[in-house]
Design a protein around this ligand. Structure first.
Ligand code: K1U
Ligand code: ZN
Length: 186
């Protein structure tokens, strides 16, 4: 297992659309192991492979509450097959946009089809945090970030901050860990 670096905006790779997984082999299991190690260490509740620079449609997630046992889940080639008209708002964060949180409105219920680590197909209906997190991670596999759903003014302020940081050479999450939380830039 290996801890991988998480890409941070404005890294252009985060805008790539990932490729479907076709081989459910040892390499895929090794990638998933690395993703869990990286996600838990961050810490995060989800991670898409593109966030560690791998353009494959692989998502890891663990929505277990703080003191509950771990509940790791893997979603491969995940796609939203149905979304509700009803919408809900959740304050989202992203490991590729450290220390920035903003409310995002999305469909409150979704159906998602995906394959497990053995390639077996599944379809689930999700609501609550699972629906939000699945949509956030599936967006990553399509090169979409949660800041794409916020106002242009807020998005431009976030992008400006991270472009400036990248120019300084602050391209790792560690560079942001001691900074003052900026839950509401602008
Ligand atoms: O994809 C990512 O960047 C991971 C992201 C997932 C996510 C969070 C909130 C709404 C939708 C999707 C994160 O995990 S950000 C960190 C986070 O939310 C968290 C970290 C530790 C404990 C609890 C939450
Ligand atoms: Zn994210």
């Amino acid at each position: 297992m290996a801890l991988r670096d998480i890409l941070i905006i404005p890294d252009k790779k985060l805008r790539l659309s990932s490729e479907p997984v076709t081989l459910f082999d040892k390499e895929l299991r090794a990638l998933v192991d690395d993703m869990f190690e990286t996600m838990y260490a961050a810490p995060g509740i989800g991670l898409a492979a593109i966030q560690i620079g791998v353009t494959q449609r692989v998502i890891t997630m663990d929505l277990a509450k703080k003191d509950d046992p771990k509940a790791p889940e893997v979603f491969i080639n995940a796609e939203v097959t149905w979304k509700s008209d009803e919408r809900s708002v959740y304050e989202e964060g992203c490991l590729s946009i450290p220390e920035y949180y903003e409310e995002v409105e999305r469909p409150s219920h979704v159906k998602v089809k995906y394959q497990d680590i053995d390639g077996k197909p599944h379809e689930i209906e999700a609501d609550g945090l699972l629906a939000t997190c699945l949509q956030h991670e599936i967006d990553h596999t399509n090169g979409i970030l949660f800041i794409d759903y916020i106002s242009k003014l807020k998005r431009n302020m976030v992008l400006k901050k991270f472009k400036k940081a990248a120019k300084r050479g602050d391209t790792t999450r560690a560079a942001y860990e001691d900074s003052t939380p900026e839950h509401h830039i602008g």
